[in-house]
Write a protein that binds this ligand. Structure first.
Ligand code: NAP
Length: 368
């Protein structure tokens, strides 16, 4: 019996090894084909044929053609998110096996958030027409054109918003909204702490929590204290001087964009029915093999043994949330915070800056 178990185990390990080697060496992308033939209808786009920011280039590739259900958008501005560096760096490494391609990135296009003008629509599209100004999210947005399904993450851009402002909304704004409203269920009068209040998600979150009527505490470094106050935070904790987990103050909801404290330290901040909403965390060079992906499991198991709700939230694309956020910006209730603006040709510099982990609001790419 022992022998059978031993040999079964060894066969499984050997099988996994063969599978890994096969998947690794057959992992490929369309770069060789693209390099062999010049595009007939070229456009410029950010492309990475190998993992690593050093391999990111602006290249001429084939301009996409919309299918019957798609909208072709001429991108005027885009924004970058930590989501993008997870893909371009293939980090944490497990992401390569799960969605990225083990040896080479499967999808060589970068970016998600965009704003621009509709150039053409498929024959089934009724909501949008050429000339409409739109914004939203679609993988591969860092380029001159992007095709988006008309019923997905695309909405009309209010005329008052600049393309740069509109391009800042999709990932960061929707994440902040869904974390506070759907996962945190924030109610007027509640106390909310936002760790990482000065970044892309944090700057939206502070303003949205105020709209929800919360008493907001933002955590950031000294240089961002005035910014976070100006967004409406009632209290600001400078993390270089004070550890927010060491005080006596309790918060109904903790929104964590940084994940630099343990679950038990965060739990101490919550009343018995409090909620801890984990968004992400860890810098581009701190991801290792599994990065923040272990945290949701830890939080889920931890939650079984405590009265508080503690867990990770993954934002979902939503046309109605995009429209709602645009209305809030249009009416002046919230304001996107734009840190730096780069040209498409400077995408690598923009990503390198974002990877430092100290952006103040959003980093924008303009596409001429
Ligand atoms: N789960 C989801 O669906 C989802 C969606 C979007 C984003 N995310 C994740 O959420 C995280 C935040 O995203 P983001 O777009 O806001 O990133 P970001 O814009 O790069 O955040 C940068 C900010 O983090 C702050 N920060 C760095 N270290 C800090 C510390 N020790 N304490 C407090 N603040 C600190 C920096 O402030 P200082 O300069 O003052 O240090 C900076 O303003 C990322 O890990 C991202 O991957 C998850």
């Amino acid at each position: 019996m022992k022998r059978i178990l031993k040999w079964t185990f060894l066969l499984i390990v050997f099988g996994l090894f063969i599978w890994f080697e096969y998947a690794y060496w057959t992992s490929t992308n369309d770069c060789d084909r693209k390099n062999a033939a010049a595009p007939t209808n070229p456009m410029k786009a950010a492309v990475y044929c190998e993992y690593g920011l050093a391999n990111l280039k602006i290249e001429e590739i084939e301009k996409p053609t919309p299918t019957d259900d798609q909208v072709l958008v001429r991108v005027r501005a885009a924004s970058v998110n930590p989501y993008d560096w997870h893909f371009v760096e293939g980090s944490p490494k497990i992401i390569r096996g799960m969605i990225g391609g083990l040896r080479k990135p499967k999808d060589t296009r970068l970016g998600v958030d965009f704003a621009g003008t509709v150039e053409a629509v498929g024959k089934n599209v009724t909501q949008f027409k050429p000339g409409d100004e739109v914004f939203g999210g679609r993988q591969g947005a860092l380029g001159e054109y992007v095709c988006v399904k008309a019923d997905r993450a695309i909405a009309h851009k209010p005329a008052e918003l600049t393309f740069e402002q509109a391009a800042s909304v999709n990932i960061a704004g929707i994440t902040a909204l869904q974390a506070l409203r759907d996962k945190g269920n924030v109610q007027a009068g509640q106390k909310v702490l936002i760790n990482g209040a000065s970044g892309g998600v944090g700057t939206f979150a502070v303003q949205l929590a105020k709209i929800m009527g919360a008493d907001v505490t933002g955590v950031c470094s000294a240089r961002n204290v005035d910014l976070v106050k100006s967004l409406g935070a009632d209290h600001v904790i400078d993390y270089t001087k004070e550890d927010f987990t060491k005080g006596d103050q309790k918060y109904d909801v903790v929104l964590d964009n940084v994940a630099n404290h343990s679950l038990s330290e965060n739990r101490k901040l919550l009343p018995p029915n409090g909620k801890y909403v984990l968004i992400g965390g860890g810098g581009a060079n701190e991801q290792g093999w599994i990065g923040p992906l272990a945290l949701p499991f830890k939080a889920m198991i931890y939650s079984w043994f405590v009265s508080q709700k503690m867990g990770m939230m993954m934002a979902q694309t939503s046309q109605s949330d995009l429209t709602y956020l645009a209305e809030l910006i249009q009416s002046g209730k919230i304001k996107p915070v734009i840190d730096r603006t780069y040209k498409l040709s400077e995408t690598k510099d923009a990503m390198a800056y974002l990877e430092e982990g100290h952006a103040r609001g959003k980093v924008i790419i303009t596409v001429d």
